[in-house]
Write a protein that binds this ligand. Structure first.
Ligand code: PLP
Length: 378
């Protein structure tokens, strides 16, 4: 089965009574037992729900994992994975990651005795050098948020495996349509399904995909014990959204390439970050491990050339808002918005400047998007 066929046909045909074409929404919090030890496979929605399970089957299939669990947010997916660790464990993580992931690691999990090293992962050798005897997890976000740095998934996963550490990829930006980390040797793939997988900016959700039965059991234990499973209605929306993932990613990617090419070389702009540009330092690696470049573009204005608020106010189709991956185009300033939860020194180390602007390029007609940017930059 091809990707789009899997996306459309997995997790459906669940209604044997009425044969509904789409998956029914089971909002029930609990399910009847026929005797004290027998039920239909579901007892309580925190532990499992048929609608959520359908979305999980779909995402597991697309990511080529053995199982997936849908969670209430992307951050609860991160929480569910980090709870595989215990006090005294060490994690090697990229330093250019989503601000909320950094905050959770730096300000919450570090209080529980887990130690994090935030490093530049663009060189796989840096990961080897950061390993300690107690390193139990290696956390990869690629392309990274917001600078679109590319990490060599296969090389880093191999380093983690050799050391006996679990490798994790946050695949939110690329989605399984363009990047398949499990094929590249990764143990766990994680998503904020709030973004491309749902794709319509009307859900917050997450997913954890495991590559082995052992990990899948531990993740399901954590999701149930922590109570972080996704609400049935949200899972139902995710299942509806994911069916068009491939089509949307193609259009996001085409539009983003045109936007990046337009911004590249503009007199007010210092640097454009888009892995599809041959000038991007990770371009060759991106071509090897991704089958497209995605819809995220970021760039730095030249210092003192522009008031960001004036630029944002002049835009019509790019809405000033956090988040990303929906059908509509968005713009934001990571230093002040999505990455404000990182410490000042962490932002500096990651290279996130006050002049950085991140675009989530939507699926609108590209000429409208280009005209919008042209007139705002005038
Ligand atoms: C790469 C990445 N991972 C995880 C998250 C967290 O997801 P959520 O906002 O759904 O909790 C985000 C949110 O922006 C993100 O961009």
């Amino acid at each position: 089965m091809g990707f789009n066929t899997k996306a459309v046909h997995t997790g459906v045909a669940k209604d044997s009574q009425y044969k509904s074409v789409t998956t029914p929404l089971y909002t029930s919090s609990n399910f009847a037992f026929s005797d004290i030890s027998t039920h239909t496979g579901y007892d309580y929605t925190r532990s499992g729900n048929p609608t959520r399970r359908a979305a999980e089957e779909n995402i597991a299939t697309l990511e080529e994992g053995v199982d997936a669990r849908c969670t209430s947010t992307g951050m609860s997916a991160v929480t569910g994975v980090l709870h595989l660790l215990q006090a005294g464990d060490h994690v090697v993580c990229g330093n250019d990651i989503y601000g909320g992931t950094f905050r959770l690691m730096h300000s919450v999990f570090s209080k529980m005795g887990i130690v994090f090293s935030f490093i530049d992962m663009r060189k796989a050798q840096n990961v080897t050098e950061a390993l300690r005897a107690n390193t139990k997890m290696v956390w990869i976000e690629t392309p990274s948020n917001p600078l679109l740095n590319i990490v060599d998934i296969e090389a880093v996963a191999a380093i983690a495996r050799k050391h006996g550490a679990i490798s994790v990829v946050d695949n939110t930006f690329m989605t399984p349509y363009y990047q398949k980390p499990i094929r590249l040797g990764v143990d766990i793939v994680l998503h904020s399904t709030t973004k491309y997988i749902n794709g319509h900016s009307d859900v917050v959700g997450g997913a954890i995909v495991s590559s082995s039965k052992t990990l899948a059991e531990q993740i399901q234990f954590n999701v149930n014990a922590l109570g972080i499973g996704e609400a049935p209605f949200d899972a139902w929306l995710v299942l509806r959204g994911v069916k068009t993932l491939g089509l949307r990613m193609e259009q996001h990617s085409r539009n983003a390439m045109a936007v990046a090419q337009f911004l590249d070389g503009h007199p007010s702009i210092e640097t454009v970050y888009y892995p599809g540009l041959p000038s991007h330092p990770g371009h060759d690696l991106a071509k090897r491990q991704m089958s497209g470049f995605g819809g995220m573009v970021s760039f730095d204005f030249k210092p003192n050339t522009i008031d960001l608020n004036v630029f944002f106010n002049r835009l019509t189709y790019f809405t000033l808002a956090e988040s990303l991956g929906g059908v509509e185009s968005l713009v934001e300033a990571p230093y002040f918005m999505s990455h404000a939860s990182m410490t000042e020194s962490a932002r500096t180390e990651a290279g996130i400047k006050q002049t950085n602007v991140r675009l989530s390029v939507g699926i609108e007609d590209v000429n409208d998007l280009l005209d919008d940017l042209k007139s705002a930059l005038k």
